[in-house]
Write a protein that binds this ligand. Structure first.
Ligand code: FES
Length: 243
């Protein structure tokens, strides 16, 4: 059998949705669009809401909470939606739907996409994979901002502030999403937010100075990464209403 077992074909009737948990803790939304199967992240990229509870007409998926919509064939946003869905490749064999093999979190994530293979290899050698239990605090306000993180699986929630005076800062659930950016910026030595795993999560931890050192040796790759980083920060500020 190729890949990890997701569910039976018969579990997802035509033009319906099913949420499945795959070995390793990955939660997927499986959609049957007229006999073709598509796999996406289980949770809405807007807030912590299961997409399986949404509406699906065989072509368009609608989150019931704030009516963001996506094309089920591409995961691209439609109308109000501000972010695409992360797609997971599936393979179908007889009555079995499997999760096909995937690239590493560094390859599939936005931050390092398109960087030369040799540079990606150096970054992969620098990365340390860690798996954390639900509730684990990866960092909190005042901690030294030394490491950049890339999510491999699971979900990480952010909050800004201390003790009882905290505000939600969003969450990350897409494989390859990077956080803890301060580690790559000059002059930002301390965390101003906290990052906590809200389910069993695997992250890649990369020393920020190590990353910038590797990128300095590849100026073209470094330019790509810094341009993406600036875009990600601007997007985050726009979504959080601080811009
Ligand atoms: S939670 Fe899904 S659109 Fe807002």
């Amino acid at each position: 059998m190729a890949g990890k077992f997701v569910c039976r074909v018969s579990d997802v009737p035509p033009n319906s949705l099913k949420e499945c948990e795959v070995e390793g803790g990955i939660r997927l939304l499986i959609a049957n669009a007229g006999g073709e199967f598509f796999g996406y992240q289980a949770m809405c990229p807007h807030q912590d809401v299961s997409l399986c509870e949404g509406l699906f007409d065989g072509e368009t998926l609608t989150c019931h909470m704030h009516l963001w919509q996506w094309s089920i064939r591409t995961g691209e946003p439609i109308g109000l939606a501000e972010a695409p869905l992360e797609r997971f490749a599936l393979s179908v064999e007889a009555d079995t739907i499997n999760l096909a093999g995937q690239g590493s979190a560094l390859d599939v994530g936005e931050l390092f996409r398109g960087v030369a293979a040799g540079t990606l290899e150096k970054l992969a050698a620098l990365a340390r994979a860690e798996t954390h239990a639900p509730g684990t605090l990866l960092y909190g306000p005042g901690d030294r901002a030394e490491d950049l993180f890339v999510l491999d699986s699971g979900r990480v929630e952010f909050s800004i502030g201390r003790d009882t005076r905290t505000a939600p800062g969003g969450f990350m659930l897409r494989k390859g999403e990077a956080f803890g950016w301060a580690a790559m910026l000059d002059g930002y030595t301390e965390r101003i937010a906290s990052a906590r795993c809200i389910e069993s999560s695997t992250v890649l931890r990369l020393n920020g100075k190590g990353v910038t050192g590797i990128l300095e040796a590849d100026p073209a790759g470094g330019f790509i990464v810094m341009k993406r980083l600036a875009g990600m920060i601007a997007r985050y500020l726009a979504v959080s209403g601080t811009q």
